[in-house]
Design a protein around this ligand. Structure first.
Ligand code: GTP
Ligand code: MG
Length: 307
């Protein structure tokens, strides 16, 4: 009989969204078999991960919506992971947004999954790397990961994605100078969304200037103006994404850093296996009053007895 996990993986690879949903739930909740599933993941996935980040309300979901529309018309298959509690992809979203997305929920070319909780340290979802790796096993051309940009999460998305799109809106024009350091580091493409609003051109020019200053003769980070609600500028954005994906084939430093962090975290997690705070507390309760109690040798004994 074929192993259940092997079977699940084969179903994901064959394009079953039901199997994919089940595997993501396993990853989210550390369910039995989840680690075995991870060990079997293949490194042959061709799906490209595209991160879309930016401040709340910048129009990220509307842009994702427009990109889905664009790529579906080209016969592409796309997965969307929305790490954002207020996202229209989330079930808690406003009714209007849900109606707007209804087409794609039932479209066989699109798989949408929202992850409501953030990572413990304010970064992305704690299992975002594992979940993206699982989704990569499916027969997708693109995996879009939408995240609200708040510090740590932007760095994470840059490590996770093959192409990171930073979405800004005209209202952010004055902030560009202060955003400079962090955001310039991670953006592969800038989008000036809500280009139907005043000051869009100012923001556009400022970003172009920053991109130029920073490029030092190398490729400048492209800046694309969009009106996501009207799907305007989306063709150009799709071209820039494709251009970036085809010209940047080396594993970027930021990806290596993220993977190193993850590996470190997994090692820590494994080394902590078998330790239990309640047990520690009762052992300490017994030991702490003794005249020869020493926290450091106590800890050393606990570690040695556990190995
Ligand atoms: N005028 C204008 N409004 C837009 C445009 N794009 C999006 N909006 C509107 O901006 C609001 C926020 O859009 P969303 O797509 O939900 O923004 P978001 O960045 O995903 O928001 P969060 O996920 O909550 O951070 C919605 O009311 C959209 O209709 C645009 O190009 N022009
Ligand atoms: Mg959103």
């Amino acid at each position: 009989m074929q192993d259940k996990i092997t079977q699940l993986l084969a179903e994901i690879q064959a394009g079953s969204y039901k199997a994919l949903a089940r595997a993501i739930t396993m990853a989210e909740n550390d369910l039995p078999g989840y680690e075995r599933l991870l060990y079997q993941l293949k490194n042959t996935a061709t799906a490209k991960v595209i991160g879309i980040t930016g401040p709340p309300g910048a129009g990220k979901s509307t842009l994702v919506n427009a990109l889905l529309n664009h790529w579906i018309n080209q016969g592409k298959k796309i997965a969307v992971i929305a790490v954002d509690p207020s996202s229209p992809f989330n079930y808690g979203a406003l009714l209007g947004d849900r109606i707007r997305m209804a087409d794609f929920y039932n479209n066989p070319s699109v798989y949408i999954r929202s992850l409501a909780t953030r990572g413990a340290l304010g970064g992305l979802h704690a299992k975002i790397i594992e979940i993206t790796d699982v989704v990569k096993q499916g027969p997708f051309d693109y995996i879009l990961v939408e995240t609200v940009g708040v510090g740590q999460s932007e760095v994470e998305i840059a490590g996770l994605a093959d192409c990171t799109i930073v979405t800004l809106v005209p209202e952010a024009g004055d902030e560009v100078q202060t955003l400079k350091a962090g955001i310039m580091e991670i953006a592969d493409i800038f989008v000036v969304n809500k280009a139907d609003r005043d000051n869009a051109d100012t923001l556009y020019r400022n970003l172009r200037m920053l991109a130029h200053e920073r490029s030092m003769g190398a490729n400048e980070t492209p800046v694309v103006k969009t009106i996501a609600t009207q799907k305007s500028g989306v063709d150009e954005l799709a071209i820039e994404i494709e251009k970036h994906l085809t010209t940047h084939n080396i594993v970027p430093e930021k990806k290596l850093q993220l993977l190193t962090e993850k590996c470190w975290q997994l090692i820590q997690h494994r080394r902590m296996h078998g330790f239990n705070k309640t047990k520690l507390l009762s052992a300490l309760k017994e030991a702490v009053g003794k005249p020869h109690f020493n926290l450091y040798s106590f800890t050393n004994n606990v570690v040695e007895n556990n190995s």
